[in-house]
Each structure stands twice: as structure tokens, then as C-alpha cells.
Ligand binder design. Structure first.
Ligand SMILES: NC(=O)CC[C@H](N)C(=O)O
Length: 405
């Protein structure tokens, strides 16, 4: 029988919390499938949900993380203790030629819930229009505050990403769910839920034509391509790109939520593209995993994944803006990775490796393969996160498109 541990912040700390002054002092408890519970207070919508409990070490950019479609189905624990202090901006982008519609990473909150040590009721920023609490309420997203996020993080780091239940209000007093009642988002094709249903075009007047397979694209990926002058055609994740590929100068595969195995059919189609089409291809995160699977690499589930804006990666190969032997600090949000194997499939080489856990952070086609294909596990488009690898998108993808036309 599992012993259920209940963690509660000592009341002297709770009274220091800005949330203690909040009008919402509804009880809430995070139950983990592994038998631990963390009790605090609800903010946002007081509603109970299931999800996969993950932690992010980002110090800032909670608005970008929460609107990143790759967090779909996840209960996001922030290790930074004070979250919400700069509020939430208005999310409709000004209308201009580079408009992808939104300021943040998608039109609304994507994660299932957030857990913060101390939610800031008072916020201050020149772009802020509302508090984290109000924003979560508008999107029907529950939050938990007044808990020791260091303890939750240490647990998740040791036992790995764990299924959870955020029980709010009267539910918080109920016994935790039975093991088989926990919902496991990795069993669902989350990409299919979030990907565009119909193709659409951004910046039709661009000088190069990029097809984007949308696995749950962060808006900043589309912005980064449009701002570099490309016409971007966004396609559903499982679109038959091979049937229309002659109309494009390059193919881009985006980030996306869940287990990449759920999208094996996209990897299968990409294998045909790789065999028959020599134009530049680039993938980020889920897109990188799909490219790796098409190249013959195995994608596996990591213990706790990498989520944060401070992940160091070592370049193993040089490519234009990237120098082999240099370390770049990157933005990341993933649970799965490509397995480093010896030898690498013919025509492919590792591009980057993670300095903390040696996981594969990038792959590229070899210079003698006749292809120009790159995949990176991190987010070079960096919203949020450091700009160290921003130019890899331009120099390794958009610029070669121009020399091909
Ligand atoms: N950000 C992403 O694209 C994440 C990819 C994949 N869902 C993973 O967790 O590994």
C-alpha cells in the first residue's frame, strides 16, 4: 500500500504570500499518482482537472509558456517562486504584413493548470491588462498556490514526470483518485486536437515559399519565418505534403504536444520526402523528433524532460552561425528525445548535445548526403528564452532557400 504524504506550507510563510490577501481562498490539492499530495489555495477557475505534472525552470515568460501548445494536457509547476508579477498583455497582434494574429504563442492558455509557490495579485508592466488570476479565470484554467514548489520539483526530478489531479474546492477534501482513474495525455493524439484543420497562408508577397507542417506551432516560429520575408503556408500535421511539394522551396516541421509516436504517419510520409526531394527541411522540437524518426532514429520518453530557458547545449558540428565546440544557452520544453546511437544512420550526424544529460539536441544531414536537413530539440525562435541560437533558423534554413530559387 502506498503511504500518502501531505505537504503543507507552515502558516507563518502562508501569511507572507501575496495570495493570502486574495479574495479567492478556496482550498486546492495537487495529488500525484505516486501517492503524494500538496495542499494550498486555488486561483484562476476553481475547477478540478487531471494532467501530467511537469516543472519548468524558466524565471520569466510564464505567459509565453502557458500559451505554448506543447504544454497541452500538462499541469505546469514553475520553480520560480513568484509568478504573475508583470501580469498578462493584450493578446491580439496589431494588423500589419507580419501579423500572425497573436502577441503570445497561441490564442489562449494551453496547459491544463499551473502551480506556483506565490501568485502575484498585484502586477505591473506597461503592456499588462490583467492579472494571472483573471487571465486563468477567463480561460477556465485552474491554478494552485501556497505550496512548496521546490518539494514538488525535487520529487518530479527523482521519480520523473507524474500523472496528477488538481482537486479544487469540495473535491480537495475528497480522497485522492485511484491509480487507474488518472488521465494520461500521452495516450492521446494531442497534435491532432491542436493542429490547423485547414491550410492557410501568411505573408503571400514573400520571396520564398515555405510549407509548415503544424504539429501545434508556437506563433513565434511562424513570426520568425514571416519576418525573414518568406511566404508561409501552414498545413495540417498529416497533410500529404508530397502531393504539393513542387510548389515550395522548403519544408518546416513545428513543435507540438505529446508523444511523437502518435504522429508516426507524418514520419512515414517524410521518409518519402527525404528520398525524393532535395530542398531544405528544418524541424523544431516535435518536428526534430519526426525528422529523426524518418531518418531511422528512435524517440524515447525521458525521465522528467527538459523545460526551461536555461538549457546549455554543445554544438558538435559547425553550420554557418553555429561553431562546433561552443555552448549555447537555449529554450526548451520537451519530454521525449532522439536516442543517441552508434553509428548514426547513414547520411546523418548529431548536431548538438545537451550539456546536463547528454541527450540529442540536434541532428543534421551530412554534407555529402546531398540533402540540407536540420532538426533541433530546443527552440531557436526563443519566445521566451535566450537569443543565442536565433540565427540558426535564418542561416541554416531561410538563407539556403534563397540560394535554391
Ligand atoms: N515542444 C515540443 O515540440 C515537444 C515535443 C514533444 N511533445 C515532447 O514532449 O518531447
Amino acid at each position: 500500500m502506498t503511504t500518502r504524504l501531505i505537504f503543507r506550507l507552515p502558516s507563518k510563510y502562508r501569511s507572507l504570500s501575496t495570495h493570502a490577501r486574495s479574495s479567492t481562498s478556496i482550498p486546492a490539492t495537487l495529488h500525484l499518482k505516486t501517492g503524494q499530495s500538496f495542499s494550498g489555495y486555488s486561483f484562476g477557475t476553481p475547477r478540478s482537472i487531471f494532467g501530467e505534472t511537469v516543472f519548468s525552470t524558466s524565471i520569466t515568460s510564464y505567459t509565453e509558456s502557458m500559451t505554448d501548445p506543447s504544454y497541452r494536457g500538462q499541469i505546469l509547476v514553475f520553480t520560480t517562486p513568484l509568478i504573475g508579477n508583470y501580469g498578462v498583455p493584450h493578446n491580439i497582434a496589431p494588423r500589419d504584413s507580419h501579423d500572425v494574429g497573436v502577441v503570445l504563442e497561441s490564442s489562449g492558455i494551453q496547459c491544463a493548470a499551473v502551480v506556483v509557490a506565490d501568485v502575484a495579485e498585484k502586477f505591473s508592466h506597461y503592456t499588462a491588462i490583467e492579472s494571472l488570476h483573471t487571465w486563468c479565470s477567463r480561460y477556465n484554467v485552474p491554478g494552485l498556490t501556497g505550496v512548496d514548489t521546490r518539494a514538488i520539483t525535487r520529487l518530479l526530478r527523482d521519480q520523473g514526470t507524474t500523472l496528477g489531479r488538481l482537486a479544487v474546492g469540495d473535491d480537495a477534501a475528497l480522497p485522492p483518485p485511484k491509480e487507474d482513474e488518472y488521465w494520461d495525455p500521452s495516450q492521446e493524439n494531442l497534435v491532432d486536437q491542436i493542429s490547423t484543420k485547414e491550410p492557410y497562408v501568411l505573408n503571400p508577397a514573400g520571396d520564398v515559399r515555405i510549407a509548415v507542417l503544424d504539429f501545434g506551432a508556437k506563433a513565434n516560429i511562424l513570426r520568425a519565418l514571416v519576418r525573414r520575408g518568406a511566404t508561409v503556408t501552414v498545413l495540417p500535421w498529416n497533410y500529404d505534403f508530397n502531393a504539393i511539394r513542387n510548389g515550395f522551396d522548403g519544408l518546416f516541421l513545428t513543435n507540438g504536444p505529446g508523444d511523437p509516436q502518435q504522429c508516426w504517419s507524418a514520419a512515414h510520409k517524410l521518409r518519402v520526402t527525404l528520398d525524393e526531394w532535395q530542398k531544405p527541411i528544418f524541424g523544431i522540437c516535435m518536428g526534430h523528433q519526426i525528422i529523426g524518426m524518418a531518418a531511422g532514429l528512435d524517440a524515447y520518453r525521458m525521465t522528467f524532460g527538459n523545460r526551461g530557458h536555461n538549457q546549455p547545449v554543445l554544438a558538435l558540428a559547425s553550420s554557418r552561425s553555429i561553431r562546433a565546440g561552443r555552448v549555447y544557452v537555449t529554450s526548451q520544453n520537451h519530454q521525449y528525445a532522439l536516442r543517441l546511437q552508434e553509428p548514426f544512420p547513414e547520411g546523418w550526424e548529431p548536431f548538438f548535445i545537451n550539456c546536463n544529460d547528454s541527450s540529442v539536441e540536434g541532428i543534421k544531414s551530412t554534407s555529402d548526403s546531398g540533402r540540407r536537413v536540420f532538426g533541433v530539440q530546443f527552440h531557436p525562435e526563443s519566445a521566451g528564452g535566450p537569443l543565442d541560437t536565433m540565427e540558426v533558423l535564418y542561416y541554416s534554413f531561410v538563407l539556403p532557400l534563397r540560394s535554391h530559387t
